[in-house]
Design a protein around this ligand. Structure first.
Ligand code: GUN
Ligand code: FE
Length: 450
């Protein structure tokens, strides 16, 4: 008797390092009652046959059909849930105008919890259907609507990390959309942390509160310091935007005479549970501070093509500075809710950074050589890198990790029996269509089925 709660037989792809993807062909994935992976059994292992014999004819056994594969559920490190209704809109504006003309008026509508529920249910369904099992969300300034978002995640089975956005500087934010005072912003954040911690007790996959200063330009110093204190007091995740765009990067230099990174650090906002979006303008010194504090980068390649004014040097951050990096869609700065789309864009953007784009420059001066990432590295960002960024046992198929998976079909792919499994993996990632994502599970709970 092996005592596993459930055994799943199938072929899976999972990152085993930043650059390598392991192919687990015909493995047995043995799960416990909490939905965690207790043991991986390879066909060459002694107990493989005996395990199959014990479970095969029982209701605790599942075999993934031929032509279908298991991938880890994806981890989206940067989503603005309230911006979902404007995905694909208004992307021709620069960041400052986009925020003030479109985004803040939309986010202000979430004082209405009925509207919030309608949008948040639609968004969580969409993300689950695209294989995204864990999401780090920005909400709005409204405590009630943020609670609705966390409840929607809890109910639908997504692992949601949700932040009440703080924008407390009356000089910097419109009167119709800002915290009424710094004191209130901090109190709402603290109450929200307590409420989400309570909700999490009754949620198998967990929901988590996140300390969320929108970005330095929208907050007072007192607010930022107070949020740093709350992050420490409750040992919770922290998120913000960091060094995104010429404008935002320069704003912080003009205000504090130093970078976002050093300012955030002084306010106590860089911890091993911090995830900072974008980071296109990190200096070597900033990157070293990220590593030393355990702070992670949420790379948002589609959004950055519109608002970033640069390509984040992911390759160097990962390999030279050993910073944790994952992927974010940045809905709606990024128009696509799909991490498949963002993996592809991460590869393409890195190649353009590597080679450069101005043909009038000589090839050796045109780009930043050593910048291109591979498809395997992009897959790492969407899975294992995201798990490490959040310091949670997710994003990999290995013992002790959560059974967060997507079952994908090769049915629509140009596969003619001549390709290796490694080549099949490449086609799956590059050519995936949403309808090929057949099932999605979070901690062994079925959350989406086609
Ligand atoms: N900086 C401050 N707020 C935002 C936002 O909502 N989206 C993006 N991309 N950048 C921001
Ligand atoms: Fe953002």
């Amino acid at each position: 008797m092996f005592g596993f709660y459930k055994v799943v037989k199938g072929t899976a792809f999972t990152s085993q390092s930043i650059t390598e993807v392991a192919i687990l062909e015909d493995y047995l994935f043995c799960l416990n009652q909490e939905g965690l992976i207790e043991k991986l059994i390879a066909p060459t292992d002694d107990i493989y046959e005996a395990t199959l014999v014990e479970y095969q004819e029982t209701t605790h056994y599942t075999e993934i059909p031929k032509g279908h594969f298991i991938l880890p559920g994806f981890i989206d490190l940067h989503v603005h849930a309230p911006q979902w209704p404007q995905s694909g809109l208004a992307l021709d504006k620069p960041l400052y105008d986009w925020l003030n003309t479109y985004t803040f008026p939309l986010e202000a509508k979430y004082g209405d919890v009925t509207f919030a529920k309608q949008v948040y249910e639609h968004l969580v369904d969409e993300l689950l259907s695209l294989g995204t099992t864990t999401v780090l969300y920005f909400g709005t300034i409204h405590k009630k609507a943020n609670l609705v978002l966390a409840e929607v995640c809890a109910t639908k089975g997504q692992r949601g990390l949700v932040g009440k956005v703080v924008m407390d500087d009356p000089e910097a934010n419109p009167d119709y959309y800002r915290d009424s005072s710094t004191e209130k912003a901090l109190k709402d954040t603290e109450d929200f942390i307590k409420e989400i911690k309570e909700l999490s007790k009754h949620t198998k996959q967990g929901v988590y509160p996140v300390v969320t200063p929108r970005f330095i330009p929208s907050c007072t110093e007192e607010g930022l310091r107070g949020l740093g204190d709350l992050a420490q007091k409750y040992d919770v995740h922290v998120q913000s935007h960091c060094s995104e765009s010429d404008w935002a990067h320069q704003f912080v230099y003009d205000k504090f005479g130093q970078s976002d990174t050093h300012s955030l650090k002084e306010f106590g906002l860089l911890t091993d549970k911090s995830v900072m979006a974008h980071c296109g303008f990190l200096s070597d010194d900033d990157a070293t501070t990220f590593r030393e504090t355990g702070t992670a980068v949420a790379h948002c390649p589609i959004s950055n093509a519109y608002f970033g004014n640069t390509v984040t040097r992911v390759k160097q951050l990962l390999h030279d500075f050993q910073v944790d990096v994952g992927l974010g869609t940045d809905i709606s700065g990024g128009f696509s809710p799909s991490l498949y789309d963002n993996m592809k864009q991460a590869v393409m953007s890195s190649r353009m950074l590597n080679d450069g784009v101005d043909f009038e420059q000589a090839p050796e001066n045109r780009g930043v050589s050593g910048s291109n990432i591979t498809l395997n590295e992009a897959f790492y960002l969407a899975t294992s890198g995201g798990g490490k960024a959040l310091s949670l046992p997710i994003g990999e198929l290995k013992e002790g990790y959560s059974w967060d998976i997507q079952v994908v079909s090769t049915e629509h792919l140009p596969i003619f029996g001549i390709e290796t499994l490694e080549e099949t993996f490449q086609k799956l990632i590059y050519l995936m269509k949403p309808e090929q994502i057949r099932e999605v599970w979070v901690q062994d709970q079925l959350v989406y089925k086609q």
